[in-house]
Design a protein around this ligand. Structure first.
Ligand SMILES: Cc1cc2nc3c(=O)[nH]c(=O)nc-3n(C[C@H](O)[C@H](O)[C@H](O)COP(=O)(O)O)c2cc1C
Length: 169
């Protein structure tokens, strides 16, 4: 699958079958994440890979929009070391780019994944920090459950000319 096909066919996958995700697949997703563009090349990201069922279940309890995490074989928690941020406000942008790379790499490998929000919801950030023993300067942006898809939502054509402006607004 080429990059454009992965971008245009990517959908959020929230149902997974029982097949485990291989360590090789997880490493490929993290390798993709670490090749995202990063402001001033600060690359503040850290990733916590979770397979423990109790921890996955606890994440679903912390985040009301992440019920699928407890059914996923693994989840990747995308975090930032905020001490590496060179200008305020950049770390979520870097980590968002890394997250999108995870989603695209998952699509290309026929895996299913979805971005579930942690940041900027204080309760979720604090809950995930406590659960995973993250120091205060390590802030979780999102949790991405990953598995072999048990649903196949069709690609959607979202091209919208109304969003395009030539030369000025
Ligand atoms: C910043 C961000 C936060 C999101 N948070 C959640 C979430 O907490 N739970 C969830 O099920 N989906 C979440 N999503 C996925 C969106 O709901 C999804 O991308 C959107 O509905 C479009 O559908 P698609 O990804 O299938 O194209 C999030 C996406 C982004 C970019």
């Amino acid at each position: 699958m080429d990059a454009t096909e992965a971008i245009l066919s990517r959908r959020s996958i929230r149902k997974y079958d029982k097949e485990p995700v291989s360590d090789g697949d997880v490493e490929a997703l993290l390798n993709a994440a670490m090749h995202a563009p990063s402001a001033v090349n600060e690359r503040p990201w850290h990733f916590v890979v979770i397979k423990d069922r109790k921890t996955l279940e606890a994440i679903s309890q912390i985040s009301p929009t992440a019920p699928m995490v407890k059914y996923a074989p693994i989840a990747i928690v995308v975090c930032a070391d905020t001490t590496l941020e060179k200008f305020p406000g950049l770390w979520p942008l870097d980590c968002a780019a890394a997250t999108e790379n995870i989603l695209l790499a998952a699509t290309a490998r026929r895996l299913g994944a979805v971005w579930t929000a942690v940041y900027p919801f204080d309760e979720r950030v604090e809950g995930v920090q406590k659960l995973l023993g993250l120091p205060a300067h390590i802030v979780p942006l999102c949790v991405v459950p990953v598995g072999h898809p048990a649903e196949t939502p069709a690609p959607v054509d979202r091209f919208d000319r109304a969003c395009i402006h030539q030369e000025a607004w």
